[in-house]
Design a protein around this ligand. Structure first.
Ligand code: SAM
Length: 398
């Protein structure tokens, strides 16, 4: 029954992603049920930030249904650095997302692949089964030990390491490809430096405004930088060092004004949110119901905040802004730029990342950088250290 359910799911995923035959065989041979722990966590519908534990021994049917679904399965919870509430810190990624990323990576058999964010070890096992030589890295010591246990039998072609993936692993470089299992909004220069010219990197890439991009980069012939476009959308958890942090809201007299644009228009589509997010780094938004009015709330990790009354946006006090950055002004300017460009979709955008840790978003080509996008000056988390600063913290698991 279990094997049949897995084969059926792989068939659905292969059709949806047009997965090449050799990858389909690898998925069939490596069921994720072997990698998912007995205890997993399911969000409670209707109650944000609440999770129910599903244990394989007491609820085998529910556990199997999760593992054989085309969804992410949360395998670890930890306090969020934003508000302290429970937040997923590891998971087994959704099979369709994994299939799309591996097909995009498209390594040749025998290729040397750096797999970052091992999680359960399932993706590393898929890569090994496909025939690549894998170094996989996980920063959580307990998970890293589990990965080593899960990958027994793959020792000839997989090296499982405990360490910070933003440093990469230079001892086994250069790699032909890097596969990243968490989302970033800053691309560590070490990754570019450790991939051979012409090699590929595939990663979830997002902004705090819209954490929804899937990016493929190719390293330039001179090895100094890598460029590439977005290839559709995925939603992954953040790299542990790039999770949003709490900031005290800025004090002072807020400014009030009318908005030049209806906030519903600004946030109307995935494409508009994506384009705005690339231009307003470190800004998050959410809708808040307040006193019967509909309010949009924005904040930045430097303490700046804004609110927009959704049904009264064009009234003289429709917008309230406070702090060093005028967040709603920035969002409106970003939206107007995108509108003026003919409202391009996500896959017309791309990124150039350099060995030094520079990271620049562009439209259509690296020669057309976005205004102000991904400016390191507005980074609100420490940039990944370059290897010259590397603490000796990577440990081999075998
Ligand atoms: C979505 S899970 C990866 C799932 C994995 N591909 C699988 O098949 O199970 C993301 C993982 O990245 C790990 N991670 C996040 N930041 C990291 C970092 N800086 N270094 C190493 N691992 C990291 C998390 O601990 C988590 O286990």
């Amino acid at each position: 029954m279990t094997a049949v359910a897995w084969k059926e799911l792989v068939g659905e995923v292969a059709t949806a992603t047009e997965l090449p035959g050799p990858w389909r065989s690898a998925f069939e041979d490596v069921p994720r049920g072997h990698y998912v722990p007995d205890e997993v966590f399911v969000p409670e519908p209707g109650t944000p930030r609440t999770y129910r534990t599903v244990n394989r021994s007491t609820e085998p049917g529910a556990w199997e249904a999760l593992v054989h679904s085309n969804a992410q399965v949360v395998t670890q919870l930890a306090p969020s650095p934003f508000d302290g509430g429970p937040s997923p810190s590891s998971s087994s990624s959704a099979p369709e997302a994994v299939a799309r990323m591996l097909a995009l990576l498209d390594p040749a058999p025998g290729a040397r692949v750096l797999d970052l964010g091992s999680g359960t070890g399932w993706t590393a096992a898929l890569l090994a089964r496909f025939g690549t030589v894998v170094v996989t890295m996980e920063s959580d010591p307990e998970l890293a030990a589990q990965v080593r246990a899960h990958l027994i039998g793959y020792e000839a072609t997989v090296t499982a390491l405990h360490g910070n993936a933003t440093l990469g692993y230079p001892d086994a470089a250069p790699y032909d490809a890097v596969h990243v299992g968490f989302s970033v909004r800053d691309i560590p220069g070490n990754w570019i430096a450790q991939v051979r010219p012409g090699g590929r990197l595939v990663m979830p890439f997002g902004t705090l405004f819209a954490n929804t991009g899937l990016l493929r980069l190719t390293v330039r012939e001179d090895g100094q930088a890598a460029d590439g476009r977005f290839r559709g959308g995925v939603r992954f958890m953040w790299e542990r060092g790039q999770r949003p942090h709490w900031a005290q809201a800025a004090a002072g007299e807020p400014e009030r004004m009318a908005s030049p644009v209806d906030p519903r228009t600004v946030l109307a589509t995935g494409a508009s949110r994506w384009a705005v997010g690339l231009q307003v780094p470190a800004v998050t938004w959410d809708p808040v119901p307040a006193d019967g009015d509909r309010l949009l709330r924005l904040w930045c990790t430097d303490g700046s905040w804004a609110t927009v009354a959704v049904d009264a946006w064009n009234k003289p006090d429709g917008v309230t802004q406070c702090g060093p950055r005028n967040l709603w002004d920035e969002v409106c300017a970003a939206w107007s730029w995108w509108d003026g460009q003919g409202r391009p979709g996500r896959n017309r955008f791309g990124v150039t990342a350099g060995r030094s840790g520079s990271c620049r978003a562009w439209l259509d080509s690296p020669q057309s950088p976005l205004p102000g996008a991904l400016d390191p000056a507005t980074r609100t988390h420490p940039a990944a250290p370059l290897l010259s600063d590397r603490p000796n913290s990577t440990t081999r698991q075998r």
